[in-house]
Design a protein around this ligand. Structure first.
Ligand code: HXC
Ligand code: NAP
Length: 272
């Protein structure tokens, strides 16, 4: 049985929604009738995303903002609220990643990932609460297998995404009384994304290695993640909050550890 979600007229805001998985989420909501706002740092990414989202025929807004800048995040959300009204679905997915062992990270290199992934998620949630449709809004953070599985070359990302998981769980408790649900999606390896370009062995051989490590036999697609996001945002998930939901083809998360090690062999991370 196929499920067709209907978010007609709903306001969906996707922070970091201009490329990759997050753009896939924005597209799925736009296709289902939502009014969508996407935000990220680079004007060219914002422009391209807005153009891609317009093809679905609904209202679209693009804003440039760096998730590390608390005030800029607030301005982006205020603009979207002014244009589309209360936010029904908030997705926070901006992230940064590169391969480096902890001893090869400067203080700033560790900080930059924590600032984007963890502090950025806090900024988005903290600034958005005043604009959320209460009761009824749904918040979806995008985490990663690194939040639960320790991986060499990923100390900065493991620490940051573990923080995203706990922030998700705590705000599900604190915001429950306001009728706001807070969940996170933990994608497995998603084909054709920046994350996989940075963390997986490349080429046909690399793809074959990753595919064979996934119980379902293939990498995921942004659409796979988008379908779960729509489910979590829908009334079908009205009793789901504080959940970190993997979408990884049956436990591919564990095999990401060896994928990252193989990629590091190939890419030769910078050393201090
Ligand atoms: C060691 C590095 C480094 C590297 C940067 N740094 N790259 N250190 N190895 N490869 C250091 C720099 O030297 C600097 O430290 C500090 O990090 C900040 O670097 P900047 O280039 O000044 O930062 P900035 O311009 O803000 O860019 C942030 C970024 C960049 C994270 C470094 O890569 C970025 O913008 N990424 C966004 C896109 C992205 O990463 N997408 C993938 C998400 S995938 P010093 O000491 O020199 O100042 C993901 C999970 C995937 O999150 C999971 C897959 C399974
Ligand atoms: P991506 O294409 O690089 O997406 C990252 C997005 O965040 C981009 O739109 C980027 O746009 C934006 N961004 C980055 N830094 C930002 C900042 N400081 N302020 C505002 N926006 C910022 O990566 P992806 O691979 O699709 O990953 C998307 C999400 O999925 C991330 O949270 C990642 O951790 C998670 N994930 C990915 C995979 C995978 O297989 N790819 C697996 C597990 C989890 P700008 O450059 O314009 O700012």
């Amino acid at each position: 049985m196929d499920i067709k979600f209907d978010f007609s007229g709903r306001h969906v805001f996707v922070f970091g929604g201009t490329t990759g998985i997050n753009l896939g989420i924005a597209k799925a909501f736009a296709r289902s009738g939502a009014r969508v706002c996407v935000a990220s740092r680079k004007q060219e990414n914002v422009d391209a995303a807005v153009e891609a989202l317009r093809q679905f025929g609904g209202e679209v807004l693009g804003v440039t903002a760096d998730v590390r800048d608390f005030d800029a995040v607030g301005r982006a959300l205020a603009l979207a609220h002014e244009r589309f009204g209360p936010i029904d679905v908030l997705v926070s997915g901006a992230a940064g990643n590169f391969l480096a062992e902890a001893n090869d990270l400067s203080s700033n290199a560790f900080k930059v990932v924590v600032d984007i992934d963890l502090n950025g998620t806090f900024h988005v949630m903290r600034q958005a609460f005043q604009y959320l449709a209460r009761p009824g809004a749904s918040v979806i953070n995008i985490t990663a297998p690194q939040s639960m599985i320790p991986m060499r070359f990923q100390s900065h990302v493991c620490a940051a995404k573990a923080g995203v998981d706990q922030l998700t769980r705590v705000l599900a408790i604190e915001w429950g009384a306001a009728g706001v649900r807070v969940n996170a999606i933990s994608p497995g390896p998603i084909a054709g994304t920046e994350g996989m370009r940075r963390l997986a062995p490349q080429g046909e051989e690399g793809d074959a290695m990753v595919n064979s490590a996934v119980p379902l036999g293939r990498m995921g697609t942004p659409e796979d993640i988008a379908q779960l996001a729509m489910f979590l945002a829908s009334s079908a998930a009205s009793y789901v909050s504080g959940a970190i939901v993997p979408c990884d083809g049956g436990g591919a998360s564990e095999s990401i550890k060896s994928m990252v090690e193989a990629a590091a062999q190939e890419m030769k991370p910078r050393t201090a």
